[in-house]
Ligand binder design. Structure first.
Ligand code: NAD
Ligand code: DAU
Length: 367
């Protein structure tokens, strides 16, 4: 039995992880620490909120006192660290929060863990697992080999630079103090509970509302997509079976150009709307209501500054050492994500509030 502290557990991947963990390890205790920024949403944890094994703490990972108290009170032996500012576009318009949470916040957690786990009242074993991104490796050309665990770091946005910095801190605490850490660097995730500022949920919400589908630049940028349920399963393997001090790259072997993704998504939506009176009634502004294809909403907009062109993960270490294979292919994963969004309209409607719409309007009017 373990006592887990899950930072950022009200965010997209953190919430999926909490659901997964409580289902798979019902004897463990899961304490979520989350500051509930614009990206945090307690509604994503509603299904587990009454479980005795679960506790939600509203707070900041930069609050050293709070983190230390939680480690002590809850006898935490495992930290799974998701909390971060995670959106590249926001890191371009306002990098400060990224430096604070992603670097200072990670440092604060490491210091608290060092004090608690390497001191007199240390638990029998401990693990600090850091959830990171493939963006720390920079951008690839078409013929470059995919990122492996030994690829040199070359972050290019304030977001990826802040994550790279946190990765180095995590490894330094292992090397210098002997803290038992692990890191996973994952590719682009999609699936339930993703905030509709990221490519896939944004395109779904806009297509249903009959709004423009903004594709940056020429739409040729490539990402390697992984369904979030596969990612949390991969993290589970690394936390339990991965070697201390090591890094594992997690990816989906699903490289797709952005424009292709948006077109596939539009085709899925057209398919679902065809002769479906219930959907046509629920979403009267969707293009299908006026006999148009969803693709008619695609709008090419100004590129993201410094936009990384291609990411690709070499996931052979996860496969060879931990037996990890993704269970979703992109087509089925995308289709099930659209189904989830249609079945959970209340969840995304509630977060499309005024301030978020303002932010979207401001950003797109600048392009
Ligand atoms: P998210 O933006 O959906 O969620 C982040 C969560 O962290 C939110 O609940 C937010 O309230 C919380 N948070 C932010 N600042 C905090 C602070 N100072 N203290 C406590 N909580 C705070 O992010 P996500 O997409 O779920 O990503 C989770 C982690 O996975 C991040 O570390 C990200 O870098 C990494 N990652 C994400 C992806 C992806 O495709 N989304 C891929 C690889 C790695
Ligand atoms: O690679 C892992 C990373 O993936 C994570 O570390 C980040 O937290 C996560 O946000 C994601 O970063 P990206 O920048 O790749 O994700 P995003 O969904 O913002 O964009 C995906 C691609 O789609 C990217 O090339 C930019 C493009 N895009 C995005 C949006 C929001 C568009 O063309 N139009 C859009 O409206």
């Amino acid at each position: 039995m373990s006592n887990l502290l899950v930072t950022g557990g009200a965010g997209f991947i953190g919430a999926n992880f909490v659901h997964y963990w409580l289902r798979k390890y019902p004897d463990d205790r899961v304490v979520v620490l989350d500051a509930l920024t614009y990206a945090g949403n307690q509604a994503s944890l509603a299904a587990v909120s009454q479980e005795p094994a679960f506790r939600f703490v509203h707070g900041d990972i930069c609050d050293a006192r709070l983190v230390t108290d939680l480690l002590q009170q809850e006898q935490i032996d495992t930290i799974v660290h998701f909390a971060a500012e995670s959106h590249v576009d926001r890191s371009i318009s306002g990098p400060g929060a990224f430096i604070q949470t992603n670097i200072v916040g990670t440092y604060t957690l490491l210091e608290a863990a060092r004090g608690q786990w390497l001191g007199d009242s240390a638990p029998a074993s401990h693990r600090f697992h850091h959830v990171s991104t493939d963006e720390v490796y920079g951008s690839l050309n078409l013929d470059d080999p995919a990122f492996s665990e030994t690829t040199a770091y070359a972050p290019s946005s304030p977001y990826s630079a802040s994550k790279a910095s946190s990765d180095h801190l995590v490894r330094a605490y292992n090397h210098t103090y002997g803290l038992q850490v692990s890191t996973s660097n994952c590719s682009n995730n999609y699936g339930p509970y993703q905030f509709p500022e990221k490519l896939i949920p944004l395109m779904i919400v806009n297509a249903l509302a009959g709004e423009a589908l903004p594709v940056y630049g020429d739409g040729s940028n490539i990402r390697d997509w992984l369904h979030v349920e596969d990612h949390v399963r991969g993290i589970d393997l690394v936390v339990r079976e991965g070697s201390v001090g090591e890094t594992y790259n997690i990816g989906g072997n699903e490289e797709h150009a952005n424009l292709d993704i948006v077109r596939t998504l539009c085709a899925c939506i057209d398919d679902l709307f065809e002769n479906n009176d219930e959907l046509l009634k629920r979403f009267p502004n969707a293009p299908a209501s006026s006999g148009k294809p969803a693709e008619s909403l695609i709008t090419m907009v100004q590129d993201r500054p410094g936009h990384d062109w291609r990411y690709a993960i070499d996931a052979s270490r996860m496969r060879d050492e931990l037996g990890f294979e993704p269970s979703y292919n992109f087509e089925t994963g995308l289709r099930s994500t659209i189904d989830w969004m249609l079945a959970n309209e209340d969840w995304w409607r509630a977060i499309l509030d005024e301030s978020y719409r303002d932010w979207i309007d401001n950003n797109y009017s600048k392009r």
